[in-house]
Design a protein. Structure first.
Length: 197
């Protein structure tokens, strides 16, 4: 059975450099035999987490918005490719709100001790993190990596690999950087092969 990989685009630019690298990685995963789907967070309609704590005792959120259709997808995925730019030394606000709304997974795993992710998936679920930064400064990826690792832990998906690209203000167009495009494809291919041994 083919692995299912969800690409999560945290950039508000559907044709930007982050999106292009995500497409390359998903193409690699597809070529490895996986089925792929992209979730563009900026296109979703949902509210920030309001800490109503309905999810403390239920497997979903009390707010009825676009997140409701995404919880099952996140539960059933075999792999995640999360792609985001750096904004103010962290991830974009809407992507962070998306992660915050996955509090339903946190409550299940840590409060009720009963993960929403099926046991047969938990051992092999893994993720690729793609992140770009306009600036080339020390520790520019630290905050984004910490946030992403926490998110992946909560949804029971191992942080498996990463592609971190700084100095995009100089590089400008990632399509003119064949090594980066090939690397993104190769990382997606590797993830796909790991899910389809």
């Amino acid at each position: 059975m083919a692995g299912r990989i969800i690409g999560i685009l945290g950039s508000p630019l559907p044709e930007g450099n982050t999106a292009r690298l995500l497409v390359q990685a998903l193409n690699g995963a597809r070529d490895a035999g996986c089925t792929v789907e992209t979730i563009a967070v900026s296109n979703l309609c949902f509210e920030d987490c309001q800490e109503m704590l309905f999810c403390r005792d239920h497997e979903t959120c009390i707010m009825d918005d676009d997140m409701q259709q995404l919880y099952p997808k996140l539960r059933e995925a075999d792999g995640i490719i999360l792609a985001t730019p750096i904004m103010f030394m962290g991830i974009p606000g809407k992507l962070k709100s998306f992660m915050d709304r996955c509090q339903v997974f946190y409550m299940a795993k840590y409060e009720r001790k009963n993960s929403l992710v099926p046991a047969e998936k938990r051992a092999n679920r893994r993720a690729l993190f793609i992140c770009i930064s306009g600036m080339k400064v020390p520790e520019v990826f630290v905050g984004a990596k910490l946030t992403t690792k926490a998110f992946l832990d909560i949804i029971d998906c191992q942080y498996g690999d990463e592609l971190l690209v700084s100095d995009m203000d100089t590089l400008r167009d990632v399509t003119q950087q064949p090594v980066l495009m090939e690397t993104a494809y190769a990382r997606g291919l590797a993830l796909g092969k790991a899910l389809n041994p």
